[in-house]
Ligand binder design. Structure first.
Ligand SMILES: [Zn+2]
Length: 181
């Protein structure tokens, strides 16, 4: 579905460094050690960390690498850095599975760097992408902007999002005709 989106190549800023290592990838702690005052690693605007190799990269020209169906019916969108993305595209099924498995481990188990900060992963969801016109920079930087009730309501099919001319979005409750299960 992303193939129909216009290219964002022209928005890439040539002056920005594309690749710096976010932090020591070998010293991570489990996400259950997260506390309310956990630091978030500060990456420059429009940059995020590759869920595969943890290097920081510019999202402006990035494309989603692979998708994962989430239990709450949204779809998780993983965006790898240009090098890993190209490797994934060129890889066979085994190589791709190995790369996606590493992303799952980084994202779900090793999300904290050696200094206790949360990695700004280049990971979003399909609903968030949709709400941001499929612009990965906007999706990562802005998020979905919904309350958790609204977010899970849309995922559960209780609301629908309509995009009007000019980009205005409205949510309407879906008719509950299929409640009898
Ligand atoms: Zn990478």
């Amino acid at each position: 579905m992303f193939t129909t989106q216009p290219s964002r190549e022209t928005r890439r800023c040539p002056d920005q460094p594309v690749k710096t290592v976010c932090n020591d990838p070998d010293k991570s702690v489990a996400t259950d050690q997260l506390s309310s005052d956990t630091l978030v690693y500060q990456s420059p605007y429009g940059h995020a960390c590759c869920p595969h190799c943890k290097s920081e990269f510019d999202l402006a020209a990035a494309k989603p690498t692979f998708l994962e169906q989430a239990p709450h019916k949204d779809v998780v969108v993983y965006i790898m850095c240009p090098e890993c993305h190209a490797g994934y595209q060129a890889g066979d099924g085994v190589a791709r599975k190995s790369m996606s498995d590493k992303c799952f481990i980084n994202f779900k188990l090793n999300s904290i760097d050696s200094e206790g900060a949360v990695y700004p992963w280049a990971i979003t969801t399909m609903l968030t992408m949709e709400l941001n016109d499929f612009d990965p920079v906007a999706a990562i930087e802005n998020g979905h902007g919904l309350t958790s009730d609204q977010y899970f309501g849309i995922c559960a099919g209780r609301y629908e999002v309509f995009v009007l001319l000019g980009g205005l979005r409205i949510m309407t409750a879906k008719p509950t005709t299929s409640e009898a299960a």
